[in-house]
Design a protein around this ligand. Structure first.
Ligand SMILES: Cc1ncc(COP(=O)(O)O)c(C=O)c1O
Length: 387
């Protein structure tokens, strides 16, 4: 591999933010955080160079998203995702969650139902509730080691919904939705007059298959959606708060922008934009290697769990760097599982926070040097032995 994925970054030294946050939560000195979705690899070198260069100009104005930025974004979406966008379709926000909140307020009323497929990234439900809309969950089905959409349930529930928030690829169950699945979602949503917010923040992190941008399903699908993307998961820069929201339909875009204008003007974050331009210009090979490395981490985790904690099982991962591991054999409730993991000194996210179908699972971040994947299994095996 041309790039370094073996050096733990940030290091676990006393001053690192990861160390401090773990210590505050009572974890010991040698563990890394397997919970929060931040990768632990050194950056793409050109990313650091771009930020240093920007700092050297002593300019931090309002001119973040310039022509170079849009050219890099369009090229990235075209070459990696075969997806065409026009500059006017794109708006920046300070993150995908912010964009989802704006979409909820722009496209639904207080008291409306918003559908999600659970278990799913918990800020979806949080944003729906904070905006005083109702969370409606359609639970995914776990079958033969992999998650499927319960289309019968989905179709039934969408009839009373105003908006559907899709997670594609899906955090935490690791699915990269197939074309036929997205086509079926799109047909059902169009038939029922439901707009789709497609959170595609993990769009670049896929192993063997191809991520399909929701707007690539059909002209009708592209005209009926809000697509939320960002470079933040792929290149580990969520703190630079830059995300790109793509809306083709001018009516939806107008409503969305009106809602956005209530909370901030359309200025952008220059550091985030410089970072996004750099990664989308120079990050192709890095991304390929990173995906390959994470796929091997997943295979390592699967193999080691089978050897050392055979009662545990995990969902097959097609993308993202978040593994979904079932520990039902421990016979613990949600609080018990949380306590068990804390006692084992393994910081992970407990599955129940992701809604229906999450109990009994843990979400494990494997976007880290492989040695820490091995360490995770050893620590888990030790805790199971000593329980
Ligand atoms: C599916 C999904 N959406 C959004 C986010 C966070 O997005 P942002 O930091 O841009 O708000 C995450 C972070 O893990 C995520 O997994």
């Amino acid at each position: 591999m041309a790039y370094d994925f073996e050096t733990l970054t940030p290091a676990l030294d006393a001053d690192s933010p990861m160390r401090r946050s773990l210590t505050e939560r009572g974890f010991s000195k040698n563990v890394i955080d397997y919970g929060v979705a931040e990768m632990k690899f050194p950056w793409l070198p050109e990313l650091e160079e771009a930020i240093v260069k920007l700092a050297g100009t002593n300019v931090m104005g309002y001119s973040g998203a310039d022509d170079e930025f849009y050219a890099a974004l369009k090229k990235w979406m075209k070459t990696r995702h075969n997806f065409d966008i026009e500059t006017e379709y794109v708006n920046q926000t300070f993150g995908v969650v912010m964009s989802i909140g704006i979409s909820i307020r722009a496209l639904t009323e207080v008291g409306d139902n918003v559908l999600i497929m659970a278990p799913v990234y918990n800020p979806f439900a949080q944003q729906i509730r904070l905006n005083k809309r109702n969370v409606v969950e359609s639970e995914l089905i776990f079958k033969d080691g992999k998650y499927e959409i319960d289309f019968e349930d989905f179709e039934k529930k969408i009839k009373d919904a105003k908006l559907f928030i899709l997670c594609s690829p899906h955090n935490p169950v690791g699915r990269v939705w197939k074309k036929w699945e997205l086509e079926k979602i799109s047909r059902i949503c169009l038939e029922n007059g439901v707009t789709v917010v497609s959170d595609e923040i993990h769009h670049d992190i896929v192993f063997d298959g191809q991520h399909i941008v929701y707007g690539n399903i059909s002209t009708e699908a592209y005209d009926n959606c809000v697509i939320c993307t960002a470079p933040s998961k792929t290149f580990n820069i969520p703190g630079l708060i830059v995300s790109n929201t793509i809306i083709k339909n001018p009516e939806i875009r107008k409503k969305w922008e009106a809602e956005r204008d209530l909370i901030f003007g359309h200025y952008t974050n220059p550091t985030g934009c410089a970072a996004c331009t750099a990664v989308y210009t120079y990050g192709e090979a890095w991304t390929d290697e990173m995906c390959q490395y994470i796929k091997e981490n997943f295979l390592t985790l699967k193999k080691l769990l089978a050897e050392k904690v055979p009662q545990a099982y995990m969902a097959d991962m097609e993308g993202t760097y978040l593994a979904w591991v079932n520990l039902d054999f421990l016979g613990l409730d949600d609080d018990g599982l949380k306590e068990f993991m804390e006692k084992a000194d393994i910081p992970v996210n407990i599955g129940s926070v992701y809604g229906a179908g999450g109990s009994g699972f843990i979400r494990v971040n494997i976007g880290c040097p492989r040695i820490y994947v091995e360490k995770f299994v050893d620590m888990l095996a030790e805790a199971v032995k000593n329980r």
